[in-house]
Design a protein around this ligand. Structure first.
Ligand SMILES: *Cc1c(COP(=O)(O)O)cnc(C)c1O
Length: 826
């Protein structure tokens, strides 16, 4: 959408507005976590299940957002955010919808409105694939089809578009009335009608009538003519005249389907749109996909009649990801992933799909199923229906989760069924591990978190993982907080992809634990965090000139360490018309890395005094040897030097920026010197630089024992024949090597791993993708055993690092991206 604030005020006729400057609005924001643009953004503070948008206004303001549509507290907010525009309305969602209606009405292009119980997104995505060569299409992102999703989709329309495809979903009466004018479709598609959300409607007919309101002004309505309920609905609504149906029974239909034939991997649909037979092949064999494509064919007859000349485009249709993802599992299993919803219709679709897959591949059929929620039926009736559906199917083993599921027992006495009250109980059970040669359908309502089951069953290409305990990271943050004087702020150092651990996940956990700021190395890392929804202040330790735009666009706060950098940044800010951008000044007090000398700092005062482009938010210095007691005199001199410089600066400037000095080791050893903030890095991961034993270990690098081998006396092991067991013995091979970042200096016994609670040395030279361990003193080891490379009591990261003359930081930061990071909270 592109409107000026003035125009928006006119349109919304607000209760009250405070407009301090005119702005052109290009971006709409309703979820503060998705903040990506700050300029020209209008935030709608929504009240909903997910919270109160008003709570984020100050934070967004702080990040540069200047336009807000709100419900209450306008005076108070206007005072707190002195440069922002506020528009107060009685209902922010309605206001957004009203704006979308206005915007929609400015376009004359064909707009396809898609509704129905299932398949809306698939039909939309198929149509998109089929028509994207002929039209410039705007469409709902993912399945944005709600009271909020629809206006957001419509506001994406631009002058260059020639066709729009929007979904509309409703769950109770009254909702379609509101969506209708926003989409105002010229062509309607009614995919099908099922039991979803039936609990909110008295009858099926009522639900159909409600959905049909979307099509009141359509020139064409596309539907399945063989569905009597829908046909009756269209008749009741007086819409049969403009309806165009497909049918396998009725020769009078707009699209009469002569034959549907399922082959091994494709379905052939024979139609005769121009009198002569046309065979359309589609790369799907399930009934739902066939129906979806038939709707698309009728739509093509309206929107691209010459499609009959290229029937092959249908064979190129790609499955729509969100539904029924098929994955490779362990033990020759195939997993069908459908963990986002569970209702009776989609269950039928999923079972149909599974039965075919299993048959094609000669696999056993296993179903993992959660309770079905919100069906509108009594539990008794519901599970009777579910059992009816399953009764005729060949299901070798049924795992069910949820208390209501015990009801199935009575109806399916001959099926092998295992019951679990909670998802955790199933995960704790060995049965999942024992499955093999099966086609496993995992279908559950979102609240059952069946993605955890998928994760357990999935085939892991690389068995070496870095396990990251996010809870431990938060615990460690809180431990440092407890050491520090009250009110001391903490900056989480998540530079270099969070020390190699994964900056987003770590940053997210720290953000949730109310960390005061985060710091990254380069601007692009900060950008990624912003895009992922992190709103905390983010310092960029090493801002390059080429990244100034990124800094400004994503409200990142640069660390400035030289006059040249400062002047160039100011030139950029001035050119872009910004002011008072937060910066941090690094003072070199003896580290002799980056930073201004204390004298240079004082010389900057005049520069800052006549300058409104930046403001100095903090001053800091970095300690060179905070971990080493022998260097304490030097460390204290550094601190003193910083304190002096910072006091003089503050006197001359007339205000005191925030001050910070300590890294992890400094915080552990000199918490009383914390000043206003500390910068925590390695310690958050549970690795102490000073021998502090209060930390919770957060990292564990693990792999599995691939193979065991017996070695005869005199045999050698590995490249260069450097591995020797003069008396013979047993070795194991593990899938990690120097290409994974496992340091080659660990070769020949300098490094070790832990296996079944025993310390087993590395033997021979480490190879690129594998290495060998000595199992002579661990004869009980078995192939498949877990092997810990670091992170348990026997494999302390610090001790391992010392054995090869390096530091823990290097061991973790070096781990290559192909080592899968697995995050958990425990
Ligand atoms: C990396 C870094 C830190 C954090 O150091 P740790 O020893 O990991 O706590 C602090 N300050 C600066 C300037 C840094 O570059």
């Amino acid at each position: 959408m592109i409107y000026t604030i003035e125009k928006i005020v006119q349109r919304l006729r607000p209760l009250q507005s405070i407009v301090r400057f005119d702005d052109t609005i290009e971006h709409i924001l309703t979820d503060s976590r998705s903040l990506s643009h700050t300029k020209h953004t209008l935030f709608f503070a929504l009240l909903g299940e997910s919270g109160d948008g008003h709570l984020y206004i100050e934070q967004l303001y702080h990040h540069g957002v200047r336009n807000f549509v709100i419900i209450n507290h306008i005076e108070e907010l206007a005072e707190k955010c002195p440069e922002a525009n506020f528009i107060a309305v009685s209902d922010t969602l309605r206001a957004l919808q009203r704006l979308a209606i206005e915007w929609r009405n400015a376009f004359q292009i064909p707009v396809v409105g898609i509704t129905g119980s299932n398949g809306k997104t698939v039909v939309k995505e198929f149509l998109y694939q089929l028509l994207c060569d002929s039209y410039n299409i705007v469409r709902s992102p993912k399945s944005y089809n709600s009271q909020l999703g629809v206006p957001l989709s419509v506001l994406q329309m631009r002058e260059s578009h020639t066709l729009a495809l929007f979904e509309a979903g409703i769950s109770k009466p009254g909702e379609m009335e509101r969506l209708f004018p926003i989409i105002h479709p010229t062509i309607g598609i009614f995919t099908n009608i099922g039991s979803a959300h039936q609990e909110n409607f008295n009858t099926l007919a009522q639900k159909i009538d409600e959905k049909l309101q979307l099509f009141a002004d359509c020139e064409r309505i596309i539907y399945n003519m063989d569905d009597k309920d829908i046909t009756d609905g269209l008749r009741r609504a007086g819409l049969l005249g403009q309806s165009r149906g497909w049918s396998v029974e009725n020769k009078e239909a707009t699209l009469f389907v002569k034959k549907i034939e399922t082959k091994e991997k494709v379905t052939e649909i024979t139609i005769a749109p121009l009198g002569t037979d046309l065979v359309i092949q589609i790369p799907f064999v399930d009934q739902a996909s066939v129906d979806d494509v038939l709707h698309c064919i009728v739509a093509m007859m309206v929107l691209k009649p010459n499609f009959v000349e290229y029937p092959e485009i249908f064979l190129r249709l790609e499955p729509v990801e969100m539904r029924l993802e098929v994955k490779k599992g362990n033990n020759n299993n195939i997993i069908i992933n459908d963990v986002c919803s569970n209702d009776i219709n989609s269950l039928a679709i999923a079972l149909d799909f599974q039965q075919r897959r299993a048959k094609e591949m000669g696999l056993k059929r296993v179903v993992v199923l959660s309770e079905i929620q919100q069906s509108g039926l009594s539990a008794r009736q519901l599970y009777h229906n579910v059992a009816d559906m399953m009764q005729p199917l060949a299901i070798d083993h049924l795992f069910v989760v949820g208390k209501e599921m015990t009801r199935l027992q009575d109806y399916l006495p001959d099926h092998k069924i295992s019951y679990f009250a909670h998802t955790d109980d199933l995960l704790a059970h060995a049965a999942l591990e024992d499955l093999s040669d099966s086609c496993i359908l995992v279908k559950g309502a979102r609240s059952f978190q069946f993605e955890r089951i998928i994760d357990r069953l999935s085939y892991k290409v690389h068995q070496t993982t870095l396990q990251v305990n996010l809870e431990a990271i938060v615990q460690n943050l809180n431990y440092y907080r407890s050491l520090l004087p009250k009110g001391t702020q903490c900056i989480g150092m998540v530079k270099a992809n969070g020390y190699g651990v994964g900056s987003y996940e770590v940053a997210q956990s720290l953000d949730e634990a109310h960390i005061d700021a985060l710091a990254v190395a380069v601007a692009d890392e900060g950008k990624e965090l912003r895009k992922a929804g992190i709103l905390s202040p983010i310092l960029v330790m090493n801002p390059e000139e080429s990244a100034f735009d990124t800094l400004i666009n994503y409200t990142l706060e640069p660390v400035i360490f030289s006059r040249t950098l400062l002047e160039r940044l100011c030139a950029k800010i001035s050119k872009q018309g910004f002011s008072r951008i937060a910066i941090h000044l690094e003072i070199d007090t003896g580290m002799h890395r980056l930073g201004f000398s204390p004298e240079e700092l004082i010389e900057l005062v005049d520069f800052f005094k006549g300058n409104n482009l930046v403001y100095v938010k903090s001053l800091f210095t970095h300690l060179a040897a905070a971990d080493d007691p022998e260097q304490d005199a030097f460390t204290l001199r550094q601190i003193e030097c910083f304190t002096e410089a910072n006091q003089r600066f503050a006197e001359l400037m007339g205000y005191t920026p925030l001050r910070h000095i300590l890294n992890t080791a400094g915080t552990e050893r000199f918490p009383e010197q914390a000043a206003d903030m500390v910068r925590l890095g390695i310690g958050l991961y549970g690795i102490s630089s000073s021998g502090d034993t209060h930390l919770a270990p957060a990292l564990r690098l693990r792999t599995t024992l691939l193979q065991k081998k017996n070695i005869l006396p005199g045999d050698t092991i590995g490249y260069g024949r450097k591995g020797l067991l003069p008396e013979g013995g047993t070795i194991g091979i593990i899938p990690i090597g120097y290409a994974d970042g496992y340091d080659r200096r660990f070769s020949q016994g300098r490094g070790w791993v832990s296996l079944r609670g025993k310390r087993c040395p590395i033997i021979g030279n480490i190879c690129m993708d594998t290495c060998m361990i000595d199992l002579t003193h661990c004869p009980e080891a078995e192939e498949g055993d877990e092997v810990i490379l670091f992170g348990d009591a026997l494999t302390d990261i610090g001790e391992l690092a010392r054995s090869i003359d390096t530091i823990s930081y290097e061991l973790i930061a070096d781990l290559s991206p192909r080592i899968q990071r697995v995050y958990f909270r425990a």
